[in-house]
Design a protein around this ligand. Structure first.
Ligand SMILES: [Zn+2]
Length: 646
């Protein structure tokens, strides 16, 4: 779809209805050379979102090509309206329809999927009865299952109208129609995967899997797998890229694409028959009448496409199926967290760790004291006008520190810090003693736990490096799905379609440590959002989309650039070393990597060394002999226990 939007400001008028209609008419007749006699403009009223105005659709030879909506008025509940200050034109044009009309082909698929269509029709040797297609085209819309109650009757009506036997019409249409489905579905899958989606059994990934499995089963039904094989199937995607190059330019190489398709195909193949058997069992239990929950379970848990279920159950796909699926997703959506403290009356805490993340001691003023609702309402939460204490956010654990309050004997420990609204709440190890009001306005000196901050910071920068390593080793389908950086260890969840192999784990760890050895500079800056997106693309948003017009961009030069509000090292060298501890497939399509950096990496590596040394001492061998000795012991043990059994 092509879109054109025009914003007319009171002091900057561009154009409105009359000019817009004229421009579109001139484009149709002068650029596309369409005979004016074949063009129809239809004017109607459009209303939505509290706005109102005229809308004009235009048709060429009976087909709608585009429409223009003119938002002219603001409407009110009592039915009154007033002129909008900013008048907006919103135009939508069917890009593929334009190509279709200009080429005059039987269906728009032949223009939209030119190369892919030619390839599939050719290699699968499907006969296209152009004569029937030409006649069938104008009536094809009557086969819409949403509009027609009796599809068989609709086929018969078409056959009667075009004067061809219904069997002949169906034989001519059916295989080509199924080629169109394969073309449409494979392109959808390709664009989704290139944009970072992966097949899985949840959310959007579930749609990718369903579309792909529907394609697989359609190809199986027609015996097309035998002709194409995986190689021929992948060729469809190459053809799609050729067809889209004029719009998108050349597609960058997508290292893992073929593997994603292969893994998904293998999974479907190994579970296809089994899933259908499970479905048949349910069908028997339900005496042939599936409930809506059965449909959803068969789709989401067994991965059977809706039309395959319909085929097995010998029934139609329920009209409310997708509505119910959406409803179920809504119900399981996370509820927003309850906010325990009201901070709207407070000025924002000045976050001085952004100016200088190496500032480990600072002075500030107490501006408020809160009672801790989670700890018997003790007054142990202080809010400062400025703070270098990083509050837990973006998966990074909070800093701790020691507070000295002016005029008070002794010190308090900051044991927790969270950001509520724009204020940082510092939790102290014990309640303030005495009349709470008197603490407001008092000066404090805070000393951060420097080692803790440096460890957390290394785990955070290390996370960005591990992410870059995963993308480099595994492919561009890797996106961050979550991350946590605590003092003990860090973990990163990535979108990936199968468990990691030992070789992949090793390659990721090695890549990360080479980045550390390169002592790459890390810059942090606040940037205009649009400018940052232009420079670095949407890859920026690994931690989720950031609201507002400004982003804090953390750039490990040439390695990774992310919008991130955490504290970070100045050079990758400060991370010291990354030690991958383990990886785990935590759900379908998500793999978690656990690792440690800096001092924690040294501790863990020392522990591993201790184990090795202890083994060497006990067995009286050197390191190289640990493995052969263990194997020898194990074999000996098996032999002895076998003998004892005898
Ligand atoms: Zn980050």
């Amino acid at each position: 779809m092509l879109g054109i939007q025009v914003f007319n400001y009171p002091n900057d008028y561009k154009f409105f209805k009359d000019e817009c209609v004229e421009f579109n008419f001139r484009w149709l007749t002068e650029t596309l050379k369409i005979d004016p006699g074949e063009i129809t403009f239809v004017e109607d009223v459009w209303a939505g979102g509290g706005n109102l105005g005229p809308s004009i659709e235009y048709f060429v030879r009976g087909m709608e090509v585009g429409n223009m909506v003119f938002m002219q008025y603001k409407t009110f509940h009592d039915g009154s309206r007033e002129e909008l200050d900013i008048k907006v034109i919103d135009t939508g044009i069917g890009l593929e329809r334009v190509a279709w009309i200009c080429n005059g082909s039987a269906t728009s698929y032949q223009d939209t999927f030119a190369n892919a269509y030619k390839y599939l029709i050719g290699v699968l040797d499907v006969e296209v009865n152009e004569e029937v297609w030409e006649k069938f085209g104008p009536y094809s819309c009557t086969l819409d299952i949403d509009e027609s109650d009796d599809i068989d009757k609709a086929w018969q009506t078409i056959a009667d109208k075009i004067g061809v036997d219904v069997g002949v019409v169906q034989k001519a249409i059916q295989p080509v129609k199924e080629i169109y489905i394969v073309l449409d579905h494979t392109r959808t899958v390709m664009m989704t995967v290139v944009d970072g989606g992966l097949p899985s059994n949840v959310g959007g990934g579930g749609n990718v899997r369903n579309i792909l499995r529907r394609t697989f089963s359609l190809m199986k039904k027609n015996g097309w797998w035998d002709t194409l094989g995986m190689e021929g199937f992948l060729k469809i995607f190459e053809c799609h890229q050729m067809d889209l190059e004029g719009i998108y330019g050349k597609f960058p190489e997508y290292k893992s694409f073929a593997l994603i398709m292969q893994v998904e195909y293998d999974r479907w193949k190994s579970s296809d028959d089994e899933s259908v058997k499970k479905l048949e069992k349910i069908l028997k239990q339900r005496k042939g009448q599936l409930k809506i929950e059965d449909w959803i379970m068969a789709m989401q848990s067994y991965g059977i496409p809706a039309d395959k279920i319909a085929e097995v159950a010998k029934t139609d796909v329920p009209k409310n199926l997708y509505y119910e699926i959406a409803l179920k997703q809504e119900r399981t959506a996370k509820k927003p967290e309850t906010v325990l403290y009201n901070t709207t009356h407070l000025p924002p805490t000045e976050l001085i760790f952004y100016e200088d993340h190496n500032l480990f001691e600072f002075e500030a003023k107490i501006i408020d004291v809160f009672e801790n609702v989670l700890d018997k309402n003790k007054p142990n939460i202080i809010i400062l006008d400025r703070s270098a204490i990083y509050p837990t956010s973006g998966g990074q654990q909070h800093d701790t520190g020691e507070v000295k309050i002016q005029g008070c004997a002794g010190t308090y420990q900051i044991i927790d810090a969270v950001k509520v609204g724009k204020a940082v709440l510092h939790t102290l190890d014990r309640p303030l003693e005495g009349y709470v009001e008197m603490f407001k306005g008092k000066k404090v000196t805070v000393a951060l736990d420097e080692d803790r901050r440096k460890q957390l910071q290394s785990h955070h920068t290390g996370t960005h490096i591990v992410f870059a390593a995963c993308r480099n080793v595994l492919g561009p389908h890797i996106w961050q799905n979550g991350a946590k950086k605590t003092i003990d260890q860090a973990h990163l969840d990535i979108t990936h379609f199968q468990s990691l192999t030992k070789e992949e784990e090793r390659a990721i760890e090695n890549y990360a440590n080479r980045v550390i050895n390169d002592c790459t500079k890390i810059s942090k800056s606040f940037m205009d959002k649009a400018e940052a997106e232009r420079q670095f693309g949407f890859k920026l948003y690994q931690g989720g989309v950031v609201p507002g017009n400004e982003l804090r961009v953390v750039n490990i030069e040439g390695v990774d650039t992310e919008a991130c509000c955490g504290t970070h090292c100045d050079s990758t060298a400060e991370v010291g070393w990354i030690k991958l501890i383990k990886t785990q497939r935590i759900s379908d399509g998500i793999v978690r990597l656990y690792y440690v950096a800096q001092e924690r990496a040294i501790t863990i590596m020392n522990k591993e060394m201790d184990i090795m040394n202890a083994l060497c001492d006990t067995w009286g061998v050197d390191q190289t002999q640990i493995e052969p000795t263990a194997i020898r012991f194990f074999n000996e043990y098996k032999r002895l226990s076998n003998e004892t059994k005898k």
